[in-house]
Ligand binder design. Structure first.
Ligand SMILES: Nc1ncnc2c1ncn2[C@@H]1O[C@H](COP(=O)(O)OP(=O)(O)OP(=O)(O)O)[C@@H](O)[C@H]1O
Ligand SMILES: [Mg+2]
Length: 366
């Protein structure tokens, strides 16, 4: 998947932007508050329909204006696709793919992976961010997984309400427990398989972008004990049932479900030390980038199409070696990428596009 033309009108401070990006790396260089992140945000909104910075569409319209439009032309499997998102404060958003009104689940839609400085929290933040990271990948590659996740969340909410209000009798408890387990098992198995796959990918990618020989280990940490070396559907189901049995009293007392995929975690180790508590800032940032790069590869391998990589301020906190190696990795991959940076000193290859961002305008460097 490769963007060939990008036109943005009245999106935040980007009043009028037209660029033809390079096939590989595109560097957006500019001082603070010039519109670099706004540019990535516009592409992200066109792909997903929602922003990563706000839930209000009206925030995205340029001050004093009523409408914005983002229009792109991209290559997908040898075909050219045109996608336009038009927003009007009176009418809301309308997405068109090849001039036909469309939805954000259209098979020809844009696919993007975004790295923001907040992704550091996947490594150092609370477990729900790591679970969301796994779920986000799995939902993109499997509609079935998304359905199980949706069911599980609904059942969990209902069950917790029963537990909280103490309106629970044995029969209801058994019923919700069965449904909970039924939907929990595919989530856990999906995540365990993904983590096994990610570990190999991340281990080699981490070495590649750091130039070192650290050993990266990823472990899916269940919130309950399982007496088997290798988890299977049957063993996970039996162990979760047993854990729920054992926790029944404390769950009633505390009014919430204490075990299940909503309480699991992903442990990340660098040379056998937990990265959440032991890694340096630069190591955590390198890991966060690599996790996102692995998300790119997963989607590419399963969907057969390389998504577009948006990286906001990824270079900050990385030393010169890591910056160079990361850029080398990005230019050797077959994905198109857009990186923002405040410093021009990063080395880019010949095929790269460099755009200077000043006061909402983009100027291509000759
Ligand atoms: N709806 C809007 N209309 C006009 N300007 C806006 C709107 N929303 C945000 N802005 C302005 O856009 C400017 C650029 O924001 P952006 O986040 O893209 O900066 P940046 O270039 O990424 O800077 P930094 O290097 O600090 O991250 C900000 O000064 C902000 O005030
Ligand atoms: Mg920014």
């Amino acid at each position: 998947m490769r963007l060939e033309l990008i036109q943005i009108n009245n999106f935040r401070n980007l009043e009028q932007v037209t660029i033809r990006p390079a096939a590989g790396i595109n560097l957006l260089v500019g001082k603070n508050a010039q519109g670099k992140t706004n540019f990535l945000e516009a592409l992200y909104v066109l792909a997903h329909g929602t922003s990563f910075r706000t839930v209000r569409d009206s925030d995205l319209v340029c001050d004093q204006k009523d409408t914005y439009e983002i229009k792109v032309v991209y290559q997908k499997e040898g075909r050219l696709v045109q996608s336009t998102l038009h927003y009007a404060s009176t009418k809301g958003k309308v997405l068109r793919i090849n001039n036909k009104r469309s939805t954000f689940s259209h098979p020809d839609r844009l696919r993007m992976v975004l790295f923001t400085p907040d992704d550091l929290y996947i490594v150092k933040g609370s477990p729900h961010l790591r679970r969301s990271f796994l779920d986000l990948i799995l939902c993109q590659v499997s509609n079935e997984y998304a359905q199980y996740l949706n069911n599980y969340s609904k059942i969990l909410k209902k069950r917790n309400l029963f537990l909280k209000t103490k309106h629970v009798n044995q029969e209801v408890e058994f019923l919700t427990r069965d449904m909970l387990i039924e939907n929990a098992v595919p989530l856990i198995m999906g995540r365990i398989n993904l983590v096994e796959w990610l570990e190999k990918e991340i281990h080699s990618l981490y070495r590649k972008i750091t130039g070192g020989n650290s050993k990266i280990k990823l472990r899916y940490a269940l919130s309950f004990t399982i007496n088997k070396d290798r988890a299977s559907r049957e063993s996970v189901s039996a162990a979760l049932r047993q854990a729920l049995d054992e926790k029944q009293e404390s769950e009633m007392r505390r009014g919430t479900t204490l075990v299940g995929p909503h309480r699991d975690d992903l442990n990340i180790y660098i040379d056998d030390r937990n990265a959440r508590t032991h890694a340096s800032q630069g190591e955590q940032r390198s890991l966060a980038v690599v996790l996102k790069a692995a998300e790119m590869t997963t989607i590419k391998n399963i969907r057969g199409i390389a998504p577009i990589f948006l990286l906001d301020e990824v270079m900050a906190e990385l030393d010169q070696t890591r910056r160079t190696l990361l850029l080398e990795h990005l230019s050797s991959s077959d994905s198109q990428s857009f990186l923002t940076t405040v410093e021009r000193d990063v080395i880019v290859t010949k095929q790269a596009g460099v755009f200077n961002v000043t006061n909402g305008k983009l100027f291509e460097e000759a």
